[in-house]
Design a protein around this ligand. Structure first.
Ligand SMILES: NC(=O)c1ccc[n+]([C@@H]2O[C@H](COP(=O)([O-])OP(=O)(O)OC[C@H]3O[C@@H](n4cnc5c(N)ncnc54)[C@H](OP(=O)(O)O)[C@@H]3O)[C@@H](O)[C@H]2O)c1
Length: 243
């Protein structure tokens, strides 16, 4: 180890697989919903949680979300100076098998590199439009065509590719389809869920989506915290075995 270099392994334990350390995070209502019943964006996090999330973004340096989150929420995926002193641009990673995110989405227009994983069947007109917008905005986009099986990327290959590109810590911020993909494949090291003090009912997106399983995944509750903005933060670790 380089003299004087301290590695805090309690924050980023050493990952033996060749992939980044993966932290999954989301904000849920107390009744387990991530948005309004029609999927429109719902501000769940209070000030305490906003500060926590933006601090995580800064610390990890790379965020990944699925195309559904871009379409429904149109997030900027930046670190806000309101929460973090002197923030740096971060790497934004999008999974978009079908090539459906709008080339005018806000994340394209924010500083820092963007990486978009797309399926091999994506219309080249879409790719050209994204590259044209990128040039116009003087952005820094990398589009990575990936082979898909039934429209789904092998996420282990996605994280391995990111690792090769220099991403050693990845914050996955949803939505439910993407979270389930990482959970179900065991490609995660920490999973935090902030439960805000509100209820919305309905059949809107829950914490996880995807196809589900009849073989429940075991997770270990590592910590539970009542937060000063009225919420609860649950902090899980993988068990690596089925219950
Ligand atoms: N409260 C929160 O913390 C939070 C955070 C994020 C999102 N949300 C909410 O979540 C909802 C969106 O849910 P969602 O499940 O649609 O979002 P999502 O997980 O962000 O997006 C799903 C899409 O991502 C792509 N994708 C994900 N995994 C993939 C894989 N392994 N291979 C290929 N493509 C993959 C697919 O895009 P293609 O269709 O292009 O193949 C898929 O349709 C919105 O209502 C949003 O408000 C809430």
């Amino acid at each position: 180890m380089i003299k004087g270099l301290k590695v805090n392994t309690s924050v980023f334990p050493i990952v033996l697989m060749i992939r980044p350390y993966v932290h999954l995070n989301c904000a849920s209502t107390a009744d387990g919903k991530l948005s309004f019943a029609d999927g429109t964006r719902l501000r769940i996090s209070g000030e305490w949680d906003m500060r926590r999330v933006h601090t995580l973004r800064q610390r990890y340096g790379a965020i990944l979300v699925g195309a559904g989150t871009i379409i429904k929420d149109d997030p900027k995926l930046t670190v806000k100076g309101d929460y973090v002193h002197d923030p740096n641009p971060i790497t934004k990673v999008i999974l978009d098998g079908a090539g459906i995110v709008s080339p005018s989405s806000r994340f394209f227009r924010t500083p820092g590199p963007s990486v978009i994983f797309i399926g091999g069947e994506v219309d080249h007109m879409w790719t050209e439009e994204v590259l044209r917008m990128n040039e116009e905005m003087e952005g820094d986009i990398t589009i990575i065509p990936f082979h898909t099986k039934d429209g789904i990327f092998p996420l282990n290959e996605v994280v391995s590719k990111l690792h090769h590109m220099g991403v050693d810590r990845l914050l996955v911020e949803g939505g439910p389809t993407t979270l389930w993909g990482f959970l179900n494949k065991g490609l995660w090291d920490r999973f935090t869920v902030y439960f805000g003090p509100m209820l919305v009912g309905g059949r809107g997106p829950g914490i996880t989506g995807g196809m589900g399983t009849f073989d429940p995944l075991a997770i270990k509750l590592e910590n539970i915290m009542k937060t000063e903005d009225g919420g609860v933060l649950l902090d899980y670790l993988p068990m690596r075995i089925r219950p």
